[in-house]
Design a binder for this molecule. Structure first.
Ligand code: PMP
Length: 318
């Protein structure tokens, strides 16, 4: 038996010579002057820190929401707060603020940052500081964090050409393991699939469950159109029950379309007439290529474009 040894000259586990690319330390620094809500109130971004003993860092033990602000108002605020409370309930996480206080804190953070137009809110609850063990009984003081900033996920041309997706080799977390309906701070399942997409020069990854059923993209829900019907994986499949997804289903029904939550497999994606993804940040984005196979004629579909228009009107009207 030989003993494995690693020294400074060893190639890393990718089998290539280690090449550390250094970036300026502030390459991805938050915007200067940003104000962040941490705990009890708003502080300058430099002071917005959590303990290294917070179980959110140690174990990904916490929850979050990504929320849009349109024209100074929080979009679908009640829906986001309800999903936040549901995630907390499953984690047995007692939040230090109720929905009303969370709402007030979000608006206060918006005001502190002078956001009166469009923007994005990241609402987070951490488990709090604890002992080095996973027990939630040995943690104290869950912490609320609210970041308000600008956002645009995909460049404008992506909405015109559509997303090019791979089907990830990484299965979506099983509903009986870590149900993706919990919007938890443990997003590694998604992170790995997204990294796989980028390594394959694709924009996004579509994740299947261990049974081969289509679940969702790494940060968006997925829809297909077949014979004029709008189909999307059911909430039982291992998906986040997206708020944009709900709006799009409502808008499609208003157009008189049949809408169904169902089970879909890879085949259903590839033969779809149209396909698109939905999410708070991306809104509605066409998917025009999957596994290098064009969806429909490889261009954003007619119904997809109609729904994008409907959504633009809807978001400004509520
Ligand atoms: N799925 C996942 C995994 C997500 O992270 C998101 C974005 N929050 C969505 C779907 C879309 O959900 P929503 O429309 O509520 O943003």
């Amino acid at each position: 038996m030989t003993t494995a040894t690693l020294d400074a000259k060893s190639p890393d586990l990718f089998g290539v010579e280690r090449k550390v690319e250094t970036m300026p330390e502030n390459a991805f620094a938050p915007r200067a002057g940003l104000k962040v809500w941490v705990g009890e109130g708003v502080v300058p971004v430099e002071q917005a820190v959590v303990s290294v003993f917070d179980h959110a860092l140690l174990y990904g033990d916490g929850i979050f929401e990504g929320i849009r602000i349109y024209r100074g108002r929080i979009f679908k605020e009640q829906e986001h707060l309800l999903r936040f409370l549901e995630s907390a309930k499953i984690l047995r996480l007692t939040l230090p603020m109720n929905a009303e206080k969370l709402s007030r804190a979000m608006y206060e953070t918006m005001r502190a940052n002078g956001v009166s137009g469009d923007g994005y809110i990241r609402l987070i609850a951490t488990r709090g500081v604890g002992a080095l063990g996973i027990s939630i009984r040995r943690t104290a003081n869950p912490s609320i964090i609210i970041i308000v900033d600008k956002i645009s996920l995909y460049a404008a041309d992506v909405y015109e050409r559509g997303l090019h997706c791979i089907i990830s080799s990484i299965s979506r977390n099983h509903v009986n393991a870590l149900n993706p309906r919990i919007k938890s701070l443990n997003y590694l399942n998604n992170v790995l699939a997204k990294a796989e997409a980028h390594a394959a020069n694709a924009d996004e990854a579509i994740m299947l469950g261990i049974d081969g059923h289509v679940c969702e993209c790494t940060g968006d829900n997925i829809f297909v159109i077949r014979r004029g019907e709008l189909l999307t994986p059911g909430r039982w499949e291992g998906i986040l029950e997206g708020i944009t997804r709900g709006v799009v289903m409502e808008l499609a029904r208003k157009r008189g379309m049949t809408v169904a939550e169902t089970s879909l497999v890879r085949h259903d994606l590839l033969i779809a007439e149209e396909c698109f993804a939905t999410g708070t940040a991306a809104e509605i984005v066409p998917i025009t290529q999957i596994s290098q196979i064009p969806i429909g004629d490889g261009k954003p579909g007619r119904i997809t474009k109609q729904l994008m228009e409907d959504f633009a009107i809807y978001r400004n009207g509520v």
